[in-house]
Design a protein around this ligand. Structure first.
Ligand code: SF4
Length: 257
């Protein structure tokens, strides 16, 4: 009988062979799979779905549950096997790699601001959860304004979804940046990862700003705070644009083809 790991690997190989997926589509998406229009072309998503023994089991998605971590462990083990196989094919001995001096990573101002935004927004959403809920209900029940109620609830979700995502992508955009910028030749096109990450960070910033503009007129008492968040996002955006002026030209697989 197949072990869980073998089953995991076989299913992955089977899906790859089907040829119905867009290579690398999951690298520069916003990871919001429930809302993704291309989930049927995403290997990551399809594999995750296939591997869930019970898709409706809440424990699988619960970070505090053993089942969640078992799934993560399986994916790491399979990934390590695949890396070892590739290394062997290329004649690389993973146990005897030369020492490489890692350049010291200094956080850029954009990364610092994005991190600040993530934590501040997280706290704000927590503190104002009751008010946001009350407003959404008020729009729906008191004013029977279904369209605006949906718009408001959606904006709330958007702000929530991207709060830490922006920081993660701004950080990835700056990974090994100096080194890559100073390289005479980018043989493996490593810089594309910085540009793709910068682009999805900029998209997430724009969507968050748009969503905050929807919350703004409805949250009179929180106007100042929302304005501060908008100013912070605008600052991050300007800095990311200055560092990656061509980021928006990057073609994200699947989404910009
Ligand atoms: S491409 Fe879509 S389905 Fe795949 S990981 Fe990204 S958001 Fe999720």
């Amino acid at each position: 009988m197949e072990s869980k790991k073998e089953k995991y690997r076989h299913k992955l190989d089977e899906l790859v062979k089907s040829g119905r997926f867009i290579p690398g589509i999951y690298n520069y998406c916003d990871r919001w799979c429930e809302r993704c229009t291309l989930s049927h072309r995403c290997l990551n998503y399809s594999h995750e779905q296939e591997m869930m023994e019970n898709k409706n089991d809440p424990e699988i998605n619960d970070i505090k549950n053993k089942k969640f971590w078992e799934q993560i462990r399986l994916s790491f083990e399979v990934a390590m096997d695949m890396i070892s196989e590739d290394a062997e094919r290329l004649g690389i001995d993973l146990d005897n790699l030369p020492d490489v001096e890692e350049p010291e990573q200094v956080e850029s101002p954009a990364e610092k601001l994005a991190e600040k935004y993530g934590y501040a927004m997280h706290d704000w959403l927590k503190e104002n959860h009751g008010k946001l809920k009350e407003k959404a209900e008020q729009l729906l029940v008191v004013y029977t304004d279904e369209k605006n109620a949906v718009k408001f609830a959606d904006a709330w979700e958007v702000v929530q979804w991207y709060s830490f995502f922006i920081s993660a992508k701004v950080h990835r955009a700056h990974l090994d940046l100096d080194e890559r910028l100073n390289e005479e030749e980018d043989e493996y096109n490593m810089m594309s990862d910085n540009l793709g990450s910068a682009k999805i960070a900029l998209i997430a910033i724009d969507r968050s700003m748009e969503a905050l503009s929807v919350l703004y007129p409805e949250m009179k008492e929180q106007e100042d705070e929302i304005l501060q968040f908008l100013a912070l996002l605008s600052q991050i955006k300007k800095q990311v644009q200055a560092t990656f002026p061509t980021a928006m030209e990057f073609k994200r697989p699947g989404f910009d083809d």
